[in-house]
Write a protein that binds this ligand. Structure first.
Ligand SMILES: [Zn+2]
Length: 598
C-alpha cells in the first residue's frame, strides 16, 4: 500500500468552470483517487483556485472590485461546481491563504539560497501620467511578427507568439491609450539551464508516461532559458528578500506561485488534520522509493509547468539541481511520479469560448442533468488521449443507450423482479455452471478494470466494466427468470435473480469510481446501508494564519466500499426500485444547440 498524491490542476479564479475544464483535470483525477482509495492506498487529493496575476487584476479593475473580491467570488463558484460533480478532494483550497504565501516564500528563499534564482535587468513599461508600472497585458500594439494591430504585451492572439511589450509597434496603454515609457527594471529569473542535466536524468527514468507527454517534455530540455519569476504588479505574493519584501510594485509571477500550490495545499491539509507533519508522508524524499507516489493531472497546455518547471523548483529547493546545494527547511522533496495530461475537449466542433457563448458551464449543466451522466460521458468519450468533441446528440445517445438501457435497465429489472417475487435477496440454491461463469467473469473485472484505471486508461476501463454489464444483461435474457413463475421453477428463478443481483453488486463496485452518486443509490436498492461512495462537503474555515475565512472542499473518504466482491446475504429486504438514471428526451439536443452562440 502506498501514499498516493493526486495533484490536480488549479483552476484560475476568473470565471465559472465549463465542462471542457473539468473533463481534463477534474473527473479523471477523481476516478483515479477513488479507485486508489478503494484499493487500500492512502490518497491525498489536493488543489485549489489559482487567484493571482494580471488577468484577475485586469478583470477586477473592469468590474470595479478589488482583485481579492473577484477571487472570493469565483473561488466560491468553482468550489460549488467541483462539489456538484462529487470530486473527492481531501482539500480544495486557494492561493490567497497565509499558508500558501509562507510556503511560496519558503521555496523562493531556498531556491535563491542554492543559487537557482538570478537577478536580471530588463525593460519594463510605466505609465507617464501616473508613474505606475504597466503590466504586459495592459499594453497593446501591432505585432512585429504578423502585423496584427491588437496584440497584447505578453502574446499575440492572432499568431500565438509570445511577445515582450517593448517589441510591439506603436505600443499603447489599454487603460488610457497613452504611449508607455520603457525603463530599466530589475527582476528575478529561475535559472532553468541549471537543471538540464538533473531534469534529463529524471525524465530518462520515467516509466509508464503517455509517450507524447514524455517526448514533449524531453524536447523542452533542448532549449531551456532563464524564466522570469517576478513581475511589475501589485496583486500577488511579495518577494521575500531584503529590499524587495516591502515594495508594492513587485510580486512573484503567478505561475511560480500556482505550481507550489500542490505542496502548500498538502501542508494546509496536514495542519488542519491535527498532525502538521503528516504531509511529509507524500512529499519527503525519504519516503520516495519506499511508498510515496505523486500523480499530476492537467490539460496538455500545462505539461511544461509539471514536467519541467515544477520538477526544477523541487530539484533546486532540495539541493539536487546541477549546481547542488542544501535542502531548505522543509527538507528534500519528491518529484512527480507521473504527469497525466489530457487532450482538449471541443464543443460541437468548436473551441470552448465564453465570449462567443460556445460553452456550457458546470453549474448550468448540473441544473439540467445528473452529475453521473456527465462523468460517464467524460470517462467513456472524453479527451483522454485525443482531442475529442462534445456533442449534445452523443451525450443524449450515451446516456439513453448505455447508462439507461444498459446499466440502469439491468439494475431495474433484476431488483424489481426479485422484490416482487421474493421481497428480499433470494437464496442461490443449486447454482449452475452458467451462473458461476457470470460471477467469475464479473469478479475478473476487479483485476482488469482496476489495472486500466491504475494506468490512466479510464476509457478502456469503463469500456471493460460496461462489457461486463452487457454480459450480465445477456445472462438475464438467456435465463429468462420471468418464465420461471410456477411453483416448481421458483427455486431456479431465485437462483438466477440471486446471481444477477450479486453480479450487479460487483459491477456497481467496479463503476463506483466513475459513477459515485448512482453507485450509492444502487447500493441502497440492494438493501445496503451506510456510505458506499463517500462525497465531498463544502466547509467554511478560518484562515490558519489570521486572514479572512473561505470555503474549502474536503471529506472523510476512509469509509465506503473496497475494491472487492462482497457476497450479498440472502433474505436482505428489497424495496421496489426507483430508476437510477433519467432517460433524456431527444428534444434536449435542439434546445441545447439553440442556447449555443453561433
Ligand atoms: Zn502576431
Amino acid at each position: 500500500m502506498s501514499h498516493v498524491l493526486a495533484a490536480v490542476a488549479w483552476p484560475y479564479a476568473n470565471g465559472p468552470r465549463h465542462i471542457g475544464h473539468v473533463s481534463g483535470f477534474g473527473v479523471p483525477s477523481d476516478v483515479f483517487s477513488r479507485y486508489m482509495r478503494m484499493s487500500g492506498h492512502d490518497v491525498l487529493m489536493v488543489s485549489g483556485t489559482d487567484e493571482h496575476g494580471t488577468p484577475i487584476q485586469v478583470q477586477a479593475d473592469a468590474d470595479g472590485v478589488t482583485p481579492r473580491e473577484l477571487a472570493d467570488r469565483y473561488n466560491r463558484v468553482i468550489v460549488e461546481d467541483l462539489h456538484g460533480l462529487g470530486l473527492s478532494y481531501d482539500l480544495f483550497t486557494r492561493t490567497t491563504t497565509g499558508n500558501h504565501y509562507a510556503v511560496v516564500q519558503e521555496l523562493f528563499t531556498g531556491l535563491h539560497a542554492n543559487g537557482y534564482i538570478v537577478a536580471k535587468t530588463t525593460l519594463g513599461a510605466i505609465s507617464p501620467s501616473t508613474g505606475r508600472t504597466l503590466p504586459d497585458r495592459y499594453i497593446e500594439g501591432t505585432c512585429p511578427i504578423c502585423g496584427y494591430e491588437s496584440a497584447r504585451g505578453d502574446q499575440c492572439d492572432n499568431c500565438g507568439n509570445q511577445l515582450d511589450p517593448e517589441q510591439l509597434i506603436n505600443p499603447r496603454s489599454r487603460i488610457n491609450g497613452e504611449t508607455p515609457q520603457f525603463v530599466e527594471t530589475e527582476h528575478f529569473f529561475l535559472d532553468l539551464p541549471a537543471f538540464a542535466q538533473s531534469l534529463g536524468k529524471w525524465l530518462d527514468a520515467r516509466e509508464g508516461w503517455r509517450p507524447n507527454v514524455l517526448k514533449f517534455s524531453r524536447n523542452l530540455l533542448d532549449d531551456l532559458q532563464p524564466r522570469a519569476i517576478t513581475r511589475d504588479l501589485e496583486w500577488g505574493i511579495p518577494i521575500p528578500l531584503d529590499g524587495w519584501r516591502d515594495r508594492p510594485d513587485k510580486r512573484i509571477y503567478v505561475w511560480f506561485d500556482a505550481v507550489i500550490g500542490y505542496l502548500s495545499a498538502s501542508i494546509e491539509w496536514a495542519r488542519r488534520s491535527g498532525d502538521p507533519e503528516a504531509w511529509r508522508q507524500w512529499w519527503s524524499a525519504d519516503a520516495q522509493g519506499k511508498d510515496a507516489l505523486g500523480y499530476y493531472f492537467m490539460g496538455k497546455d500545462n505539461i511544461v509547468f509539471h514536467s519541467v518547471i515544477w520538477p526544477s523548483l523541487l530539484l533546486g529547493y532540495s539541493g539536487t539541481g546541477d549546481k547542488g546545494g542544501e535542502p531548505g527547511s522543509l527538507g528534500a522533496l519528491n518529484l512527480p511520479t507521473e504527469v497525466v495530461s489530457s487532450e482538449y475537449l471541443t464543443m460541437e466542433g468548436r473551441k470552448f469560448s465564453s465570449s462567443r457563448k460556445v460553452v456550457i458551464y458546470v453549474r448550468d449543466f448540473l441544473e439540467r442533468y445528473d452529475a453521473d451522466a456527465l462523468r460517464y460521458f467524460i470517462a467513456a468519450a472524453g479527451p483522454e488521449s485525443n482531442d475529442t468533441d462534445f456533442t449534445w446528440a452523443e451525450f443524449v445517445r450515451r446516456n439513453n443507450d448505455e447508462l439507461v438501457a444498459g446499466w440502469g435497465n439491468l439494475v431495474n429489472r433484476s431488483i424489481s423482479m426479485a422484490a416482487k417475487n421474493f421481497g428480499a435477496i433470494p437464496p442461490a440454491a443449486d447454482p449452475q455452471p452458467e451462473d458461476l461463469a457470470l460471477l467469475a467473469s464479473v469478479r475478473e473485472g476487479f483485476t482488469s478494470v482496476g489495472e486500466l484505471i491504475g494506468k490512466h486508461r479510464q476509457k478502456a476501463a469503463i469500456g471493460e466494466a460496461m462489457r461486463l454489464v452487457a454480459e450480465a444483461n445477456k445472462y438475464l435474457s438467456d435465463q429468462a427468470p420471468w418464465k420461471l413463475k410456477d411453483e416448481a421453477s421458483k427455486p431456479r428463478m431465485g437462483t438466477v435473480l440471486a446471481t444477477a443481483l450479486q453480479a450487479i453488486s460487483d459491477l456497481n463496485t467496479l463503476l463506483t469510481p466513475f459513477l459515485p452518486h448512482s453507485a450509492q443509490k444502487v447500493h441502497e436498492l440492494l438493501g445496503g446501508t451506510g456510505v458506499h461512495a463517500p462525497m465531498p462537503s463544502i466547509v467554511e474555515v478560518d484562515d490558519l494564519d489570521g486572514g479572512p475565512g473561505y470555503p474549502v472542499l474536503t471529506g472523510d473518504y476512509t469509509v465506503g466500499a473496497r475494491w472487492e466482491s462482497v457476497p450479498l446475504v440472502a433474505g436482505t429486504p428489497l424495496a421496489p426500485p426507483k430508476p437510477v438514471f433519467r432517460k433524456l428526451d431527444p428534444s434536449v439536443v435542439e434546445e441545447e444547440l439553440e442556447r449555443l452562440g453561433s
